[in-house]
Design a protein around this ligand. Structure first.
Ligand code: CMP
Length: 142
């Protein structure tokens, strides 16, 4: 089915000028970028986005990294978009990421791992709404 998923290019990958290379991976895989913007998260925005991880030992480091510089946030649309994007990204820990995935090619560590992608349809819906109003999402008819 055609799905929408939410994606972040994290501060490490933006700082290394990998935005275009990563967008190329999405588009080459048939995922369409239907909303996109650059944002520099506040501590409150990062804490809210990652609230489900608030009890984890890495939460403080995660929030501090995600607020360390601008990020690109995007909504991707396509066949099985949630799983397709997770395959493009590779495993959370770049040490475990398959060859040719974004994390294998662009991530330095589990903390600075270049990209985020929704893990399920329900979280995709929540995450898209966290960053984009309805009029900022532009479904493609061709
Ligand atoms: P992300 O998909 O953005 O969701 C939460 C982030 O926490 C994750 O990617 C990792 O970058 C980071 N993180 C750091 N340590 C861990 C860990 N042990 N397990 C999962 N995520 C971690």
């Amino acid at each position: 089915a055609i799905e929408r998923t939410f994606s972040i290019i994290k501060p490490d990958a933006v700082a290394k000028n990998h935005i275009g290379a990563i967008y190329n991976r999405f588009e080459s895989a048939g995922l369409k970028i239907i909303a996109s913007k650059m944002v520099h998260l506040t501590k409150e925005q990062a804490e809210g986005f990652y609230a489900e991880h608030s009890a984890r030992p890495f939460f403080g480091a995660l929030v501090s990294f995600m607020t360390s510089g601008p990020i690109m946030v995007q909504c991707l649309e396509g066949e099985n978009a949630v799983l397709a994007n997770r395959e493009i990204m590779g495993a959370t820990n770049p040490a475990d990421a398959a060859r040719g995935t974004l994390r294998a090619d662009y991530a330095a560590s589990i903390d600075e791992n270049a990209v985020h992608g929704s893990d399920a349809l329900a979280s995709a819906e929540r995450e898209i709404a966290y960053f984009f109003s309805a009029d900022e999402v532009c479904p493609r008819t061709r």
